[in-house]
Design a protein around this ligand. Structure first.
Ligand code: DKA
Length: 135
């Protein structure tokens, strides 16, 4: 159930995020700035509808979708993507494919373990992990 993800979460750990950003084409200046950010993520769920708001000093990114339905999103660094989120057991899976040639696809797995929300990120074998705790 997506209800597990509901609430406010603070980023506390980030592993290999720079390598992931480099893989998907984020430039040096944005990577340097993004590495220092501690976003707050707020998740709300209404039936099949999920809203994720990530707030940081860089920008606020709102990702809103129905489970199982593809939608267009723009990443924080401005890449245009098509994403589909599904629930597989307790895991929220996001498959992200680029709209524009040359951009890279990504696969994200989010799950809650105790008071932690874990986000595993992957693009063409380059993996990263972001860990949030309940605010
Ligand atoms: C997160 O939600 C990570 C989101 C990854 C965005 C891709 C790269 C953005 C670069 C500013 O914790």
């Amino acid at each position: 159930m997506a209800e597990k993800f509901v609430g406010k979460w603070n980023l506390v750990e980030s592993e290999n995020f720079d390598a992931y950003m480099k893989q998907v084409g984020v430039g040096w200046a944005t990577r340097t700035m993004a590495a220092k950010l501690k976003p707050v993520l707020e998740v709300t769920v209404n039936g099949n509808h999920v809203k994720m708001v990530s707030t940081s000093t860089f920008k606020t990114v709102v990702t809103e979708f129905d489970l199982g339905v593809e939608f267009e999103e723009e990443t924080a660094d401005g890449r245009k993507m098509k994403s589909t989120f599904t629930l597989e057991g307790d895991k929220l899976i996001q498959v992200q494919t680029p709209v524009n040639a040359g951009d890279k696809a990504s696969h994200f797995v989010r799950y809650v373990e105790g008071d932690k929300l874990i986000m595993e990120m992957e693009s063409e074998g380059v993996k990263a992990k972001r860990i949030y705790t309940r605010a």
